[in-house]
Design a protein around this ligand. Structure first.
Ligand SMILES: [Zn+2]
Length: 489
């Protein structure tokens, strides 16, 4: 996919938590619960900080060709820690827009626990303009309790978390019951081709029972009180797709107008699109989201969430959810006009008019079904063509083992915080894994306030305390899932 708007990462989590969120508010956690237990320094904290500083210093945005260097640096760390060379693989990619790479590291288990678990992050970042930033985006700066730098939140924290985790487990001589596979991709923020190509050509390297994705999900802190309000596990992603609507006309002189006109025809078609709704849909994830959200969302919206979770065929409830921009996307495929172009001269009848219609397609719905529905809505005389080559995926099942582990670990740091599955409206590399049948759970370990998060934007940062706590959460989660369970701090 090519449009930046399809990139979902934690920054989009925030848009999505708005749904539950608005509203779970600070009431979600009782006032007498501790914000967080006291932080104890972990044995690999200093190493993690060193690696964070190193990886932030690689400007891995599109066009810089720095991902391969970063991958080699990390590969060196794994080899130095004792991972055999054949288990540390840098796969180079020459894409039309970029030279990049992926990194795969296999941590061998004893095989008693089943198929491997993939731990995924991406090494590339969104472009940062040095002049616009208050601090150099490619130098790690610790200030006011935050780590600043491009990629701190999206998604080099994930890279550091998993890298440090492997080094620590290795140092502790931990033997997992199944293989663990680190997979770091090389162009998540742009074309997302590396993961598509890995799935196609190197499936063996990344094949797994399921994947944990650091590039989505995570915890929210209340903007005012700083108390944790919820922890989201992203289990489904809508498909991002653009459709081009085109009308054509022989044109002519504007002094001699005719009844048929490419711009009027397109305008009429767009009015039809505007008046059209796709059917209401649901899955386990959206039902669970609404059930949780309904508990703490006041008013009519909260009531509608509860009723919809009870009975998604409740049309009145679905109507209330569809009237709110924060919830409509969770109830159906949506399509909306986003760009217009038409005509070629001020004094000529237009020969052609086009509109871009952007759709967020409900998981499980085929892209061509959406194209066909749009074509039917606009009727004859309007061409409807799909742009680029979008990928669709099914929602991941709400695996009990994953959710039990996530709850157990998150609650050791933030007791009582609701752990909620959610469906995002954009796409990460997780979508590619889901599309090839590997269920994927985005479980970033950072807790942050909406107002502190500038992922993709200027002055991107993460809380220092959250960074170190996040390392510990990864350690416990993965030890729990790949060991005998019930890992404790
Ligand atoms: Zn990301």
């Amino acid at each position: 996919m090519t449009n930046f708007a399809s990139r979902f990462s934690r920054f989009c989590l925030l848009a999505s938590t708005l749904v539950l969120g608005l509203v779970l508010g600070s009431a979600a956690v009782a006032a007498d619960q501790p914000r967080s237990t006291t932080w104890k320094a972990g044995p690999f904290d200093a190493k993690a900080r060193e690696i964070l500083a190193k990886v932030i210093a690689f400007p891995t945005s599109l066009g810089n060709r720095k991902v391969p260097e970063m991958a080699e640096y990390l590969a060196g760390e794994f080899r130095a820690a004792g991972f055999p060379a054949e288990d540390v693989t840098v796969v180079p990619f020459k894409l039309p827009a970029e030279e990049t790479a992926t990194l795969v590291v296999r941590y061998r288990g004893d095989g008693t626990g089943g198929k491997p678990i993939v731990l995924m992050a991406h090494m590339d970042v969104v472009t940062a303009e040095r002049d616009d930033w208050e601090r150099d985006p490619y130098t790690l700066v610790e200030e006011n309790g935050f780590f600043y730098g491009r990629g701190t939140a999206d998604n080099k924290m994930g890279v550091v978390g998993f890298t440090t985790l492997f080094l620590r487990l290795k140092a502790e001589k931990f033997v997992p019951r199944r293989d663990l596979i680190i997979y770091f991709s090389g162009d998540e923020e742009t074309a997302q081709s590396t993961t598509v190509l890995m799935a196609k050509d190197h499936r063996k390297l990344i094949d797994a029972e399921f994947a944990l994705n650091s590039d989505g999900g995570g915890g929210n802190l209340d903007d005012e009180t700083g108390k944790p309000t919820l922890y989201a596990v992203q289990t489904a992603e809508k498909t991002y797709a653009d459709f081009m609507l085109t009308t054509r006309n022989p044109g002519g002189h504007s002094s001699a107008p005719r009844a048929d006109n490419a711009i009027y025809d397109l305008a009429a078609a767009l009015t039809k699109v505007s008046n059209f709704s796709f059917p209401v849909m649901w899955n386990d994830t959206t039902i669970a989201s609404f059930r949780e959200g309904g508990k703490t969302t006041p008013g009519e919206l909260g009531q509608a969430m509860k009723r919809f979770a009870e009975n998604p065929r409740d049309e009145a409830a679905a109507k209330v959810l569809a009237a709110s921009p924060g919830t409509i996307g969770q109830t159906r495929t949506t399509c909306v006009a986003t760009m217009l172009d038409g005509g070629h001269a001020e004094n000529a009848l237009p020969q052609r008019a086009t509109a871009n219609v952007n759709c967020r397609i409900f998981p499980g719905v085929k892209i061509d079904e959406v194209r066909a529905a749009l074509a039917q809505v606009v009727g004859e005389g309007v061409e409807v063509a799909i742009k680029s080559d979008p990928l669709s995926s099914d929602p991941s099942p709400l695996r009990k083992d994953v959710f039990d582990t996530v709850k157990r670990v998150v609650h050791q740091f933030h007791p009582g915080v609701p752990v909620v599955p959610y469906q995002s409206s954009g796409a990460t590399d997780g979508l590619v894994f889901r599309s090839i049948g590997i269920p994927t759970y985005a479980v970033d370990t950072i807790f942050i306030r909406d107002k502190d998060s500038f992922a993709h934007g200027l002055n991107e940062r993460i809380p220092v305390k959250g960074f170190y706590e996040g390392l510990e959460m990864w350690y416990l989660m993965v030890k729990d899932l790949a060991g005998t369970g019930k890992a404790k701090r």
